[in-house]
Write a protein that binds this ligand. Structure first.
Ligand code: 3Y8
Ligand code: NAP
Length: 248
């Protein structure tokens, strides 16, 4: 009898949860507990870390999990690595649902960098208006270049002081092209820092940057261990042995 653990927290995971609920598969949706009011799900929810690999392995055993679906964000590297290790240890089948990275289109002015430190280094020395669209957890390194006028975007209001002076936008996304154009224009943004998250939920800023001819410092995804990986919800449902009932 299938009992799936969905490691969620993304729009793709939300789509998957809806299809899994419709298929009547026994599943639990897991959030990392990063945001104050995560979107609801049509599945039972758990939130917060498992306690590393051993915590996840114990959870799998105690909850009688038969399949794990890693539908976390491409930058949730620690969770994905733990899932591979814990599923190997407990001999639990694992599949990853991961959308393709954004590909550079004609007119894009990307500076592609490997990581956060390289993104900071890629910013100019002369003061500029910079839009940091990489969330809240990894902004501290930009304190090395405090001369810029930073605009940050968080899902929730910041707790406590920021590592540097900045304007904060509190908004959860997904974002629209028009709103992103307005944001970039009204704040006279000259540089955008983004992660290559892929998907539609965060892509509007990339399209708006192209329309305005603005440079985007694009941070590449972290390397993840080998694992079965698909790009569609239908493939995950088929893997769970429920594609048939959806006529997928
Ligand atoms: C808690 C679940 C949906 C899902 C919405 C997607 C789209 C909007 C784009 C920008 C980039 C960023 C950030 C972002 C996007 C979707 C999707 C996506 C980027 C929620 C969610 C959780 C999180 C966690 C949060 C991180 C932060 C990253 C903001 C829910 C809304 C920047 C990633 O304050 C914090 O600690 C937030 C942390 C991880 C990255 C960071 O390091 O700060 N997402 N985002 C999940 C959990 O607890 O397990 O609250 O409902 C999910 C979504 N975020 O409802 O349609 O990609 O699927 N999320 C990035 O791309 O760099 C925003 O501002 O342009
Ligand atoms: P991370 O750095 O890879 O994970 C750090 C730790 O957080 C994990 O080791 C685990 O703790 C816990 N964790 C993360 N995701 C979890 C989940 N879905 N369920 C239970 N525990 C989880 O993760 P992150 O980048 O902070 O992302 C956290 C969540 O936000 C994920 O659900 C991810 O899908 C979502 N998200 C992230 C981004 C992003 O840019 N990183 C963007 C959109 C959405 P333990 O070791 O204690 O088990």
């Amino acid at each position: 009898m299938t009992r799936a653990l969905i490691l969620g927290g993304t729009s793709d995971a939300n789509t998957l949860a809806a299809e899994i609920a419709r298929a009547g598969v026994d599943a639990i949706y897991s959030y990392g507990g990063r945001t104050r009011a995560p979107a609801g799900q049509p599945l039972p929810i758990r939130a917060g870390g498992f306690g590393g690999v051993s915590g996840l392995a114990n959870y799998i055993r105690q909850e009688g999990i038969t399949h794990v679906v890693d539908a976390t964000h491409p930058f949730a590297a620690e969770m994905s690595r733990n899932a591979v290790t814990a599923c190997t240890e407990t001999e639990t089948p694992l599949i990853a649902l991961e959308r393709a990275p954004w590909a550079k289109a004609p007119g894009d002015h990307w500076i592609e960098v490997a990581d956060l430190a390289a993104a900071v280094a890629a910013l100019p020395e002369t003061p500029a208006h910079v839009f940091l669209a990489i969330g809240r957890q990894h902004i501290a390194p930009f304190g090395e270049k405090p001369q810029h006028a930073y605009t940050l975007r968080f899902v929730d209001p910041p707790e406590g002081a920021l590592p540097f002076e900045a304007e904060i936008i509190v908004s959860r996304g997904p974002f629209t092209f028009e709103d992103e154009l307005e944001l970039l224009r009204s704040r006279r943004i000259a540089w955008i820092i983004a992660r290559n998250s892929g998907g539609d939920g965060a892509r509007a800023k990339i399209d708006a940057a192209r329309a305005l001819g603005l440079p985007v410092i694009m941070i590449a995804r972290p390397q993840l261990p080998e694992r079965l990986q698909v790009e569609s919800v239908a493939e995950v449902l088929a893997w769970l042995g429920h594609g048939a009932c959806l006529g997928a």
